[in-house]
Design a protein around this ligand. Structure first.
Ligand code: ADP
Length: 396
């Protein structure tokens, strides 16, 4: 473990934030983008992350170099910070409870994280709230299958970006997946023949104020998010139902900060909750360039007890495309980034990772849509722009 103060005197406009120094467990791109928002609010971030090369280290005021589930490191992080928040959920919740008992303030609180970290426990919690989810079972590979093919198997903890989520179509794919996952307790659920996937990015303040961003459509390939279109083209009824889910959930959790809620929309306009992320979310990245308040600023506002900001779009819409690694290499892909920046209305965000691996999130591009896109058909226009971005990025 190693504590470094890299910028002792970060220059920033003074803010009325009650808390001036925020500790973040995690130091990847989400913490890095939070760092940009922090300086504007006059808040300093200190991150807990294993490597000095992790994306957030260079923008933070300090770093505790340690694994995110290292509780002693979190104690050290908390020492100089007013409040601790999370960039990811791969934490040792039981270990952190002893710090909470000693007076460390976690936002969101550990009790609001606790029903969410295990996918099976999360499903049970949602069901208990009466929220609609896919049908689900816990399963340990050796027991009889609770459902016929096709179905979905998920590892209960530490899955992300589709790692740990498997679509099981037939006996053959079942054999190979169960060999890989043998001995683990798993979540099995019905394969939902969804029409579209949506996401709600919502914030709740300690006083119970809730702010919800325009609901987005997300598109996944091989269980990994490729693009996000804001706003989604959905009926008022679906919008109202999605917002009601967000309100029920955030109030029941007594959540503080940004929460990402992933939803399936079926052909008959029914919503099912797929997953809750107790943190800023990939499907909210468009808010940096397209909204009055970014999800990162909003998260800091909530955890630092500032009034929540305005979630409205500043433009007619936006499309966000993830720049996913497609090879194992050490490259900064400068030429491709320059080409992407030439697209009208494009903002290129690069996470500064030193090594690329297939599927790794290396950056994203948000392209703002003007009124002419609305006239042309916003979704079709967004889809065409995403295709242009991907043809540049994935060109060999
Ligand atoms: P992760 O936590 O790794 O992101 P998710 O549970 O969000 O995993 O699943 C990733 C993607 O896999 C989803 O966005 C969706 O496209 C697909 N998926 C997950 N569960 C189901 C399901 N029950 N039915 C159909 N598709 C699913």
């Amino acid at each position: 473990m190693n504590f470094t103060h890299m910028k002792s005197n970060q220059t920033a406009a003074s803010s009325s934030a009650k808390f001036k120094r925020v500790g973040v467990v995690g130091g990847g791109q989400l913490a890095s983008m939070m760092g940009d928002a922090a300086s504007a609010l006059g808040i300093e971030l200190v991150v807990q992350t294993p490597h000095a090369t992790d994306p957030a280290v260079s923008v933070a005021a300090g770093a505790v170099l340690a694994a995110v589930d290292d509780v002693l490191a979190t104690a050290q992080l908390a020492d100089g910070c007013d409040v601790i928040t999370f960039e990811n959920e791969f934490v040792d919740l039981d270990g952190l409870r002893s710090l909470e008992q000693q007076g460390v303030l976690f936002q969101p609180s550990l009790s609001s994280l606790s029903p969410l970290l295990d996918k099976y426990v999360q499903r049970c919690y949602l069901k208990g709230l009466g929220l609609p989810t896919p049908r689900f079972w816990t399963w340990d590979c050796s027991a009889d299958l609770p459902i016929d093919f096709p179905f979905v198997v998920k590892v209960r903890r530490h899955g992300y970006d589709g790692q740990g989520t498997f679509i099981v179509k037939d006996r053959e794919s079942f054999e190979s997946i169960s060999a890989k996952l043998a001995g683990q307790s798993l979540l099995v659920e019905e394969l939902v023949p969804f029409d579209r996937e949506l996401a709600v990015i919502a914030a709740r303040s300690p006083t119970g104020e809730i702010a919800i961003y325009p609901i987005v459509e997300t598109q996944q390939l091989h269980q990994v998010c490729r693009l996000v279109i804001a706003p989604a083209d959905i009926s008022l009824d679906v919008k109202t139902a999605a917002c009601a889910i967000a309100h029920t959930l955030l109030n029941s959790l007594e959540a503080v900060g940004i929460f990402g809620i992933e939803l399936f929309l079926t052909a008959d306009n029914k919503l099912l909750v797929n997953e809750i992320a107790p943190r800023t979310h990939n499907s909210g990245h468009f808010t940096i360039d397209a909204c009055e308040t970014s999800q990162f600023e909003q998260h800091l506002r909530a955890v630092c007890q500032l009034p929540l900001g305005n979630c409205e779009l500043k433009c007619a819409g936006a499309v966000m495309v993830n720049l996913l690694g497609y090879e194992s290499a050490e490259s900064d892909y400068l030429e491709k980034r320059q080409q992407l920046a030439q697209i009208e209305g494009a903002f290129v965000h690069w996470y500064g990772k030193k090594v690329s691996r297939p599927g790794r999130k290396l950056g994203h591009v948000t392209v703002l849509l003007g009124e002419e896109a609305v006239a042309q058909g916003r979704i079709a226009r967004a889809q065409a722009i995403a295709q242009t971005v991907e043809s540049i990025w994935y060109a060999s």
